[in-house]
Design a protein around this ligand. Structure first.
Ligand SMILES: [Zn+2]
Length: 337
C-alpha cells in the first residue's frame, strides 16, 4: 500500500499546480478516469486475500475521495482566477473623454422654409401643395399665358412629350387653390420648380414661395404692407424696400421688389454689384383674366400675389455667393449652419 500513498502525494502536488481548468481535467482523467491510476488500483483488490480486501478497499476509496476534493478545490480557485482575469482585461476606463459622433445640421434652405412657414403662418395664411408635374393649363394658360403667348419664352420650361410640364413656378398651386376654395383666401405655396438653366445663380431645380390673397377691397397698399412686414421679419433688419414697375402676364400692375443690400447696407459692394440694392421678389395685383378664368368674379374680388426664390432669399440672408453650393451636399459647407 506504500505506492498508494505516493500516488496520492504526487496527485495532490500536480493538482495544486494545474495551470488551468483544461490541465485540471486531464489530471482528473489520469487519476479517476475509467483507466485512471486509482481505478486501476481498485481492480487489484481481487488479488488480495479476502480478509484484507475491506481495509484496502476503504483506503483506496478515501484516496479517491481526497483526489476528488483536491480537484474540486483547485477548480474553484481556477474559475475565480479566470473571472478576475476577464474583469481585468475587459475593464472600461470610464474617465476617458467620450468620442464625438458627428451631429448633422439643418440645411440652410430647410431653415428658410421653416422661417417662411413661421412668418406666414403667424399672419394667418394657409399652406397648400400641388403636383410638380403639371398640365400646361395650370402652368401657363390659366395664368393668362395662352399658347403662343410670347411670355412663355420668359421661362425655359421642361416639356414632356404628352404636353405635361415640370412646373416652372409655384403659381399653378394658386390656380388649384382658387378653383377649390372661395374667397376670402389667404394662401402660401412653397416647393420645387424647374427651369432649363444652370450657372452661378441658376440651377435646373430650385425652390419658390408664392403667396396669394383674394378678398373684396384688397389693394396694392395691403401688398406693400405685407411685404414690408415679411422682409423685415425674414432678414431681421429694418432694411430699405423699393418697388420697381415690371411686367408679369398674371398680375396688373406688377412690380419687382428690391431691398437695401444686406451686406453693405446700401453703400455698394460686390454682392449688390455696387447698386446698393438686391432684387428679392416679383409681385402685383392678380390680373382680372386670371380671376375670371377660375370662376371668381373680378368685379367683386381683387387679389394680390408675390413670388420669391427661396434659395435666393437663403443666399442673401447667409451671404452665400454660389447658388450651386446649396445643392452639392458638401459637408464642409453644410456644417457652417
Ligand atoms: Zn451691397
Amino acid at each position: 500500500m506504500q505506492a498508494l500513498e505516493d500516488i496520492l502525494r504526487e496527485a495532490e502536488t500536480a493538482i495544486h499546480s494545474a495551470a488551468d481548468l483544461k490541465a485540471l481535467d486531464l489530471l482528473r482523467v489520469h487519476y479517476l478516469g475509467k483507466k485512471g491510476l486509482l481505478t486501476e488500483y481498485l481492480k487489484t483488490l481481487g488479488q488480495l486475500p479476502p480478509e484484507e480486501r475491506p481495509a484496502a478497499g476503504q483506503k483506496i476509496n478515501s484516496a479517491k475521495q481526497a483526489v476528488q476534493t483536491a480537484i474540486d478545490n483547485r477548480s474553484i480557485d481556477l474559475q475565480q482566477a479566470q473571472i478576475e482575469n476577464q474583469l481585468a482585461s475587459e475593464t472600461i476606463d470610464v474617465t476617458l473623454p467620450g468620442r464625438n459622433t458627428g451631429m448633422g445640421s439643418i440645411h440652410p434652405v430647410s431653415k428658410t422654409f421653416a422661417d417662411l412657414r413661421q412668418i406666414f403662418g403667424d399672419m394667418g395664411f394657409i399652406f397648400m401643395e400641388g403636383p410638380e408635374i403639371e398640365e400646361d393649363f395650370y402652368n401657363f394658360t390659366a395664368l393668362n399665358v395662352p399658347p403662343l403667348h410670347p411670355a412663355r419664352a420668359m421661362q425655359d420650361t421642361f416639356y414632356f412629350a404628352n404636353g405635361l410640364v415640370l412646373r416652372s413656378q409655384m403659381s399653378p398651386v394658386q390656380i388649384h387653390a382658387m378653383k377649390k376654395l372661395q374667397p376670402p383666401l389667404r394662401m402660401v405655396a412653397m416647393g420645387r420648380v424647374y427651369r432649363r438653366d444652370f450657372d452661378l445663380t441658376h440651377t435646373p431645380m430650385f425652390h419658390q414661395i408664392e403667396c396669394l390673397m383674394v378678398d373684396e377691397n384688397v389693394t396694392f397698399a395691403d401688398l406693400k404692407g405685407l411685404l414690408h412686414q415679411f422682409l423685415h421679419k425674414f432678414f431681421n433688419k429694418k432694411t430699405a424696400i423699393r418697388f420697381r414697375p415690371s411686367y408679369f402676364p398674371f398680375t396688373e400692375p406688377s412690380a419687382e421688389v428690391d431691398i437695401g443690400c444686406i451686406n453693405c447696407e446700401g453703400k455698394g459692394c460686390r454682392i449688390c454689384k455696387n447698386t446698393g440694392w438686391l432684387e428679392v421678389l416679383g409681385c402685383g395685383m392678380v390680373h382680372p383674366n386670371v380671376l375670371n378664368g377660375v370662376g371668381i368674379d373680378s368685379e367683386r374680388y381683387r387679389g394680390f400675389a408675390f413670388g420669391a426664390g427661396i434659395d435666393r432669399l437663403t443666399m442673401l440672408k447667409y451671404g452665400i455667393t454660389d447658388l450651386r453650393s446649396l445643392f452639392e451636399n458638401d459637408l464642409r459647407f453644410l456644417k457652417q449652419f
